[in-house]
Design a protein around this ligand. Structure first.
Ligand code: HEC
Length: 122
């Protein structure tokens, strides 16, 4: 293979890898809107229309100090099995493991984390 062909192939592989990452993000965005936003709010502040009616309000995902205390594994578990199954978490957080695959939940945890990165609070 000529050098420039190799370069092209490498660039193509990179482009495919990059688009794969972008797609996972987009899927997580769509799924967050569909399944989570009504409670957690468009900006993850826990101010969705349904969230406001709950006895136990969803936490503010832009509160980095509070979110830093939770491991990714813990957040993953809460989304997968629901708050009720986890000590110290409230049943208002529904179990999503039946609607979402583990990979989808992982991407949603990344989405949840992204609110802290883009949110106002340090
Ligand atoms: C019916 C409302 C509702 C829906 C829908 C909902 N949540 Fe929640 N969620 C909550 C509440 C309330 C809590 C707080 C539970 C607690 O901390 O005791 C919570 C907690 C969480 C937590 C744990 C954060 C923490 O405080 O430790 C994560 C992560 C989470 N939700 C992500 C999601 C994702 C992702 C979706 C969509 C797939 C979703 N939630 C859908 C209400 C909801």
């Amino acid at each position: 293979m000529k050098t420039w062909t190799k370069a092209l192939v490498a660039a193509g592989a990179l482009a495919i890898a990059a688009s794969g990452v972008a797609r996972a993000d987009e899927v997580a965005d769509k799924q967050f809107k569909k399944y989570c936003q009504k409670c957690h709010g468009a900006e993850g502040k826990g101010d969705g229309a349904e969230g406001a009616t709950l006895a136990e309000k969803p936490r503010d995902f832009t509160d980095c100090a509070a979110m830093a205390k939770e491991s990714d594994d813990k957040l993953f578990e809460v989304v997968k099995v629901g708050g009720k199954a986890i000590a110290g978490k409230k049943s208002e957080m529904p179990a999503m493991g039946k609607s979402l695959s583990d990979d989808e939940i992982k991407n949603l945890v990344a989405k949840v984390r992204s609110f802290c990165a883009t949110g106002a609070k340090p």
